[in-house]
Design a protein around this ligand. Sequence first.
Ligand code: FNR
Length: 369
Amino acid sequence: RAPEDARAADAARDALVRDAAGRSERKEDHVRLAAAQWNAQRTTEFDDLEFVHHALAGVTPARVDLSVEMFGRTVASPFYINGMTGGTESTGRINRALAIAARETGLAMGCGSVSIALDDPSTADHFRVIRRENPDGIVMANLGVGRSAEDARRAVDLLEADALQVHVNAVQEIAMPEGSPELSDWLRDVEAIVESSAVPVLVKEVGFGLSRRTLAQLAGIGVTWADVSGRGGTDFLAIENDRRPGGDYSYLTGFGQSAPAALLESVRPDGWVRVGDGLTLFASGGVRNPLDVLKALALGARSVGVAGSFLKAVVDGGEERLIALIRTWQEHTRDLAALLGAATAAELTTTDLLIRGRLREFCDLRGID
Ligand code: FNR
């Protein structure tokens, strides 16, 4: 029996490594297609939001402090590099560039799902590079829902992470050629991770939004951090469609909620999250510029995640291009907050914000005033 067991174990390990090889290709496809797809000029539901200008409301930019708390630590900027990639040589280089940019600008950062490194340790260095380049910064590990609590612990250990992002990506799983058929047990899976995690767990979407009902369910199992990650930016339906030999899901374009819609549904006008005590919301999905950052903060997001915009900068011009872009965003978010009369990120929730178009319609349909 023993040699048979050994052979079975070898076969299982080989299967994992083969699977990891397929995933390597996927990681590279995602980066290539996301960067090619990114369009900073595209119209989104952030355009349905408009600040009212009050000419005498301004404060001096030097008085503005937009620092926010993330996982018990203070970070100077109210936006961060969202989870994206890792697991291959070229995506490891992107992680290195992102980590250097995070270190130089003081931003918190995530990484792509580390499940590939848990199954094939030879790929782990493409994630470890993040901690090597950025030993003191806030780093979030990342795993897809469906992995065990033990895997979550290993993911956090791998990056010596300050927090763990767990992504829930049902739409992507449906559209992805190699998607998981298991969607039913996700809430229990998240609960098991939250119960045993030594670091804060942040549950996020990947560009289709978290509804009020979903956030209430998450709050009910003890989740205290979530990123609504809505539609309007990186479009994983389009990406997975491009990766599909046939069976096109392009008719689903526009499925899900935008980040502004998700925030409007779940945060009260006074900035309190209405879906559960103790839940702190981040927002991401389609953030193209500093004005979008301020709009998300005004709708009650604690901080704002950026993936596609920053990935495009790295792919086009490496860490130098990204550092320059982030510095511009840091300057502009401060100056725009000054213009709006907000000396802090929290004060942005008291600005006058008009809601138009499709977003207004969403509010009407969902009974939000
Ligand atoms: C992602 N995103 C993502 N999210 C996650 O939690 N785990 C992951 O492994 C990945 N992988 C990934 C790869 C690439 C190339 C991109 C661009 C993005 C999703 C990301 O964190 C974010 O939720 C969405 O991209 C929406 O934000 P943007 O891109 O519109 O700013």
